[in-house]
Design a binder for this molecule. Structure first.
Ligand SMILES: Nc1ncnc2c1ncn2[C@@H]1O[C@H](COP(=O)(O)OP(=O)(O)O)[C@@H](O)[C@H]1O
Ligand SMILES: [Mg+2]
Length: 311
């Protein structure tokens, strides 16, 4: 069974003055797609194309949404926090601006423990919070810190620790690495890649940056003006983009990604590489055994200015 089944999803906002003459502004136009468990999906498109709106709909945070979104066959309806408790345990969210998303008066430990307390009633959450922070490379010394004492990259990692502490089936992330400097960006991308490859976590990630998508996602959904204009495996999309908007995004991408697409780097499909599982990259174990990095990981990681992680 699909994890997500989306049918005829539509979203309209009351028109702003700019759109005078139209009663509503169509932001999502009749989107239908499915997402399987463990799938890694990059959501790309120009600014204003509806990426964040789609993510909000998937999070069941958009009461104006029309159409139908099911998660594991159960219909999601925005607005009922209590009725969606089961969903909030299965799915976590990494917001675009980590610093703004962290409660300034809480310590890092309290921030990461909060979802455990709220959603599971866990009585001894400190050990799990500490473990989650360690998995994002922050040791016990960070437990007592407050958000203002963190760098942007550290705050982003705290937001990710908070999101992964419940071991979600899928992580919905809105530009999780944008705004980070190159070194931290590569580090956080490697962390997310590891979680997908090693824990089978699914990922739906909004990004305006195709090089980041190429390091993390096996499938790419391209949006333009609220419509889904291309939805294909990453390798096939890079090798032969179908839609003009995809070509525009590729032309604007870092040189390594553009080169990969123009060379027809690979026509690998998910079916041809069942050993790779959910992630774009081979597992850590495979790499430790001397297996090569996925070519897109290598090219994209080069575009990000860092070596792919080992061990
Ligand atoms: N709360 C809102 N009220 C009215 N219009 C909105 C709101 N949020 C987003 N929009 C509009 O919806 C469109 C899509 O926005 P968004 O989903 O944020 O795009 P993206 O994330 O791709 O940049 C934009 O035209 C934006 O102005
Ligand atoms: Mg957005």
């Amino acid at each position: 069974m699909s994890l997500y089944t989306v049918e005829s999803l539509r979203l309209a906002y009351p028109a702003r003055r700019l759109f005078a003459g139209h009663a509503v502004q169509q932001v999502l136009r009749d989107l239908s797609f499915t997402i399987a468990a463990g799938e890694t999906v990059g959501l790309v498109g120009a600014s204003g194309s509806g990426k964040s709106s789609l993510l909000r709909c998937l999070l069941a945070l958009e009461p104006r949404a029309q159409g139908c979104i099911r998660f594991q066959g159960r219909r999601l309806r925005a607005g009922s926090v209590r009725a969606l408790g089961w969903y909030r345990r299965a799915v976590q969210y990494v917001p675009q601006d980590p610093v703004a998303s962290l409660e300034p008066r809480m310590s890092v430990a309290q921030i990461v423990m909060e979802p455990l307390r709220r959603l599971t009633g866990e009585t001894a959450p400190l050990a799990r919070a500490t473990e989650a922070l360690e998995s994002v490379g922050l040791d016990h010394r960070y437990l007592a810190r407050r958000p203002h004492e963190l760098s942007g990259g550290q705050a982003q990692r705290v937001a990710i620790a908070r999101a992964i502490v419940l071991r979600p089936q899928v992580l919905l992330a809105d530009e999780p690495v944008s705004g980070l400097d190159m070194t931290i960006r590569a580090q956080v991308a490697a962390l997310l890649r590891g979680l997908c490859a090693e824990q089978g976590m699914g990922l739906v990630m909004v990004s305006h940056d195709l090089s980041v998508v190429a390091t993390l996602c096996r499938r790419v959904m391209v949006m333009e003006a609220g419509a889904l204009v291309e939805d294909r495996p990453l390798a096939a999309l890079l090798a032969a983009p179908h839609h003009p908007q995809t070509r525009r995004l590729l032309n604007a991408a870092p040189p390594m990604i553009a080169a990969a697409s123009s060379q027809g780097f690979s026509n690998e499909t998910a079916e041809q590489s069942p050993d790779r599982g959910a992630g774009t990259c081979p597992s850590r174990a495979a790499r430790a055994g001397g297996g090569p990095a996925h070519p897109y990981c290598a090219s994209a990681t080069a575009a990000l200015g860092a070596e792919p992680p080992v061990g």
